[in-house]
Design a protein around this ligand. Structure first.
Ligand SMILES: Nc1ncnc2c1ncn2[C@@H]1O[C@H](COP(=O)(O)OP(=O)(O)OP(=O)(O)O)[C@@H](O)[C@H]1O
Length: 683
């Protein structure tokens, strides 16, 4: 039977892919794809000797672009011409008589060959070599050129008993064993023809794409038992998916549950969620029969668009959200893997190429445990640059911003807007969905010293978010030459430690209008990187918010301004605010009865909060100065010891200080802010 015809009966959709595992000696249905194992991801040390060659040729990490000198790897120029293809593991472990060799997901041989042990002969013939045999193990480990195409392959198999468990190299438990990028997940190739490749995208994010250019399903499932020990039947999946090319019939599917039929070991039962055109469909598939479970329309489904998908399965009730819009809520799933210990989740495509970002599967119970760890101690996945991550933990993450709303005088409008725009969406992402979906970025602008930075810190404290405090000096000068990578890593970490607030203090210094002739190339690249990364925050599921402040909004790069969708003016304090400010700053200060904060507020029209703070400090020094004028330091110390040193403030201390301290912001500047506010404020 020609290779193509193996899949001919696939037209009935997903049913055939699963039912293809059913018994039968003369067609593809005799293939036992569980024995055809492929891994996408960082290879860990194998335990079996049969797998040793495999590991040495595929070991890699998701982060490092590697030259294509690994046997079996291919270079996917079309996907990203700057990055070498990173992890493609075309080597198929072959164990037991039913297994086959395969290339990039293509099953190269007929099922009958597999059944009758002719596979070795067939494959060997195609390869033009003679496999060596050594007792019970036949291994062919040298590169072969041109066997199935241009690529080089290294192939091995052993002749072990069919029951051998040695299908996939055993993985040592990675430190971050619950949620990780797709590259650290153990995948098993199920069936079909297609391609799976992993690279880092331009933003340094690991991207795995799976592709089937024909109308045949290509399925990868993630094996539960490999190392992500999901203890319960419940799991959550979060991922960003983009369908790269699509036509009317293009489909991708998320395999929710996949197991062996306990009544018939050759049959598989699956619960799948298919995506086609504008529909999500949940189906139960058993031996070619497809039983629809639920269907929902989703107008936002489209090719070439990032879709942030979150699936949660709890007590067999499934909830699906796409970009925070709830598609399914508590749909009760039928049982698929009755009695079977095999349970799997995964992905499949038909006539489409799907890129998968940040695929995370976790057991909610165990996840809680990991989240309990302080951020500084949480393990980092492989794709994060450890060196830069350390820098970020040390210099950028503020573990305790510790500013409460109460410590900020007035600014009620700004507080309300920020609660609505930042804090609540981060705390209750489910409510802030669809039309209520949160803003990507918020800009606080206004004169210096009006409390913008304090407000940003309060947002992080009250929203219990991880606070990434970035200034131009930290991002540019300190890590000269590494700024772009630093920014990438920063956003990766923000996603990892979400909910997060990425705070850019004085963003104008970092994101001045681009394009001037004096602009340095490195600075231009850094700016583009920041913009790209902000664009990447396309989800509530990532729960990352950018918050920025500026005293010079007019200097801000236009593209940056557009990304900071909410722009809130923080003005100089009004009289009432100034009263509150004095009350805050003077609350622990001893004062004469003539001091009235209301009168002080009248005296300080035009002062910023920072000016008022300075004024209070200046006034607080005056009684001490008066004492110093007619006493020696020793005398003052003695007075202090006896508790006779009088440092209480009187009104004159303030009125005299006001004479020497003028407001730091001029009327002209105020008008400029007001003008910009009229033009660009968005609240
Ligand atoms: N509304 C306020 N409530 C309490 N303190 C305030 C307020 N406004 C200003 N301050 C005081 O001013 C100081 C400076 O505030 P902050 O740094 O937040 O201002 P800013 O607007 O970010 O200034 P800059 O633009 O210069 O960074 C604070 O440390 C605080 O003492």
């Amino acid at each position: 039977m020609p290779e193509e015809s193996i899949y001919k009966n696939n037209s009935s959709g997903i049913a055939s892919i699963f039912s293809a595992h059913a018994g039968g000696s003369n067609n593809v249905q005799s293939i036992q794809p569980t024995r055809v194992a492929s891994r996408v991801g960082s290879a860990k040390a194998p335990t079996s000797s049969a797998n040793r060659t495999h590991t040495t040729t595929t070991s890699s990490s998701a982060r490092q672009p590697v030259k294509s000198n690994r046997i079996g790897s291919t270079y996917d120029k079309t996907f990203h011409n700057k990055v070498d293809k990173l992890v493609s593991d075309p080597i198929r472990q072959v164990t037991g008589r039913k297994n086959i060799l395969a290339k990039e997901g293509v099953m190269p041989t007929k099922p009958t060959d597999i059944e009758n042990n002719a596979v070795r002969g067939t494959v060997a013939k195609k390869l033009g070599v003679q496999p060596s045999r050594n007792n019970n193990q036949a291994k062919l480990t040298r590169p072969v050129n041109g066997a199935f195409g241009k690529d080089q392959w290294e192939i091995e198999w052993d002749d072990k008993d069919e029951k051998s468990e040695n299908i996939i190299p055993k993985q040592s438990k990675p430190s971050n064993n619950l949620s990780g990028d797709i590259n650290s997940i153990n995948w098993i190739e199920r069936l079909g023809r297609g391609k799976c490749s992993s690279i880092c995208d331009v933003n340094g994010r690991p991207v795995t794409s799976i592709e089937s250019s024909s109308s045949h399903w290509y399925i990868l499932t993630y094996e539960e038992k490999s190392f992500l020990d999901i203890e319960t039947e419940d799991f959550n999946i979060t991922t960003s998916i983009k369908i790269q090319k699509g036509n009317e019939n293009s489909l991708f599917t998320i395999v929710l549950d996949y197991g062996i039929n306990k009544r018939c070991k050759d049959e598989y039962i699956a619960i799948v969620m298919n995506v086609a055109q504008k529909y999500w469909k949940i189906e139960r598939v058993e031996n070619k029969k497809v039983v629809p479970v639920q269907q929902a329309i989703d107008k936002s489904l489209a090719p070439l668009k990032y879709m942030d998908i979150s699936i949660s399965l709890s007590e067999r009730k499934l909830t699906l959200k796409n970009d925070n819009t709830e598609i399914f809520t508590d749909v009760i799933l039928p049982i698929s893997s009755e009695g079977s210990k095999e349970r799997r989740v995964g992905l499949g495509v038909m006539s489409a190429k799907v890129s998968i970002y940040d695929w995370t599967v976790f057991d909610p119970k165990t996840q809680e445990k990991e989240e309990d760890l302080p951020i500084a101690e949480r393990p980092l996945p492989d794709y994060i640059d450890k060196h830069l991550a350390e820098m970020i933990k040390r210099d950028i993450i503020e573990f305790n911003p510790n500013v409460t709303w109460e410590s900020i005088a007035e600014l009620h409008d700004a507080k309300r807007l920020l609660k609505e725009a930042v804090v609540l969406p981060l705390l209750m992402p489910d409510i802030f969905a669809g039309l209520r979906s949160p803003w990507k970025g918020v800009l606080l602008f206004g004169p210096p010293g009006t409390g913008k930075t304090m407000v940003a810190r309060a947002v992080a404290t009250e929203g219990k978010t991880t606070f990434f405090n970035c200034s131009a000096s930290t991002l540019v000068s300190k890590y000269h030459g590494e700024s772009e990578r630093l920014v990438k890593t920063l956003f990766q970490m923000a996603r990892l430690f979400s909910p997060s607030t990425i705070f850019f203090d004085e963003i104008d210094a970092l994101m001045m209008t681009r394009g001037s002739s004096s602009e340095h190339e490195a600075s231009r690249r850094l700016k583009s990187e920041i913009l790209t990364q902000i664009d990447g925050i396309n989800s509530q599921s990532s729960r990352v918010m950018v918050l920025a402040t500026t005293n010079k909004p007019w200097d801000l790069d236009e593209a940056m301004r557009r990304r900071l969708e909410k722009r809130i003016y923080i003005p100089l304090p009004y009289e009432k605010t100034r009263v509150s400010l004095f009350n805050i700053f003077l609350k622990d200060q001893e004062m004469e009865s003539d001091v009235s904060t209301e009168s002080l507020a009248v005296l300080t029209d035009g002062y910023s909060g920072a000016d008022i703070h300075l004024l209070c400090r200046e006034a607080a020094l005056r009684p001490l100065r008066k004492e110093l004028d007619h006493r020696s330091t020793e005398e003052i110390m003695k007075l202090k010891e006896r508790g006779e040193l009088k440092l209480s403030l009187c009104m004159e201390d303030f009125s005299e200080s006001v004479k020497t301290m003028k407001p730091s912001v001029s009327q002209n500047e105020i008008e400029k802010y007001q003008q910009w506010m009229k033009e660009f404020q968005s609240v």
